[in-house]
Design a protein. Structure first.
Length: 319
């Protein structure tokens, strides 16, 4: 078999191996592909893609081929679509930092954000309706794989891959029209206000309060382990708006300006001496009621939805 049928079969091989149907080690299969000597790099990529997908190849083809401009090119070209482009737009200094496990400055992360946004690749998990790529999960995986191969930085996920899906699902049209473009153009740098002292894995026990006062909420409390809060100008926050019923039933989801009076960010030094996480304190912070996402006291539903995207982000899969 020639052309795309070879890659499709290698992808099936990968899916079969991942399902435990082939009693060989992955290194042995890689060695066999190498010994074959034909399109080694592409075949290994196809095998690894098959391992990840674990579905019938027709599903993969449907995921990819209905998207323009992918419909007009071959499967092998789709697999290798981004290879030539990533290195061209990847900043060499950033790649060196990633390769050598050096910390990135805010400027580094923002520059990479801007590069991807200008190419139209930043919102790889967003629908086209909101100026995303409209890619399926296979295309996203291929793109992320090429980014990793080029030692490209990970994009900061808090606005792009955590808050954005919540806004699209539960926010108002006005909220989407205002906040989503600001995520893309870098106007807002978001951080996540979930964990509190004593409320980590038991997140529903959180105590940071938000009391409705006319057209504002008055917020008091503390968040901890807040990643990159020292850079952020916005935070999405789980707050307690009611103490009635189950703890989960009294939580709301607020977007808060980090420059508001009454907010203090205190650094937490990690064991390696780095500064990535923080405490964030709220003392009578006034937040416009229009910054509430969804309904009051329904924030637990939105928080769980966000966490599903956070976990997918960690696994590089966005559905």
């Amino acid at each position: 078999m020639l052309g795309d049928s070879i890659y499709a079969n290698v992808m099936i091989l990968g899916a079969s191996w991942q399902n435990g149907m082939i009693p060989l080690s992955k290194s042995a299969i890689h060695k066999a592909i190498t010994l074959n000597g034909t399109n080694i790099e592409m075949n290994i990529k196809a095998f690894e893609l098959g391992c990840w997908v674990i579905v019938d190849p027709s599903v993969v083809e449907k995921t990819i081929s209905h998207k323009k401009p992918y419909a007009s090119i071959s499967l092998s070209e789709k697999i290798d679509l981004h290879c030539d482009h990533i290195e061209l737009y990847q900043n060499k200094k950033l790649a060196d930092k990633i390769e050598n496990n050096k910390p990135l400055l805010k400027e580094d992360m923002q520059n990479w954000h801007d590069i991807l946004n200008k190419k139209g690749w930043l919102a790889s998990s967003w629908p086209k309706e909101y100026n995303g790529t409209g890619w399926g999960v296979v295309e996203q995986f291929i793109f992320e794989d090429e980014l990793a191969a080029a030692n490209a930085p990970r994009t900061v996920p808090f606005g792009l891959r955590m808050l954005a899906p919540v806004l699209m699902k539960f926010g108002t049209k006005d909220q989407c029209n205002y906040w989503l473009p600001r995520i893309l153009d870098g106007s807002d740098w978001w951080c996540q206000g979930y964990s509190e002292p004593g409320s980590g894995s038991d997140l529903a026990s959180l105590k940071t309060s938000a009391v409705k006062c006319g057209d504002q909420y008055l917020v008091n409390g503390q968040k901890t382990w807040t990643t990159l809060a020292q850079h952020a100008n916005m935070i999405f926050n789980l707050v307690r708006t009611s103490n009635e019923g189950k703890p989960q039933q009294g939580i709301s989801f607020l977007m808060i300006d980090m420059n508001s009076p009454g907010i203090e960010v205190r650094p937490i030094k990690t064991i390696d001496g780095g500064h990535e996480v923080n405490e964030v304190w709220f003392s009578d912070v006034r937040v416009p009621a229009e910054n509430l996402i969804g309904e009051e006291n329904k924030g637990w539903t939105y928080a769980k939805y966000l966490l599903s995207h956070e976990r997918n982000n960690l696994s590089l899969i966005h559905i």
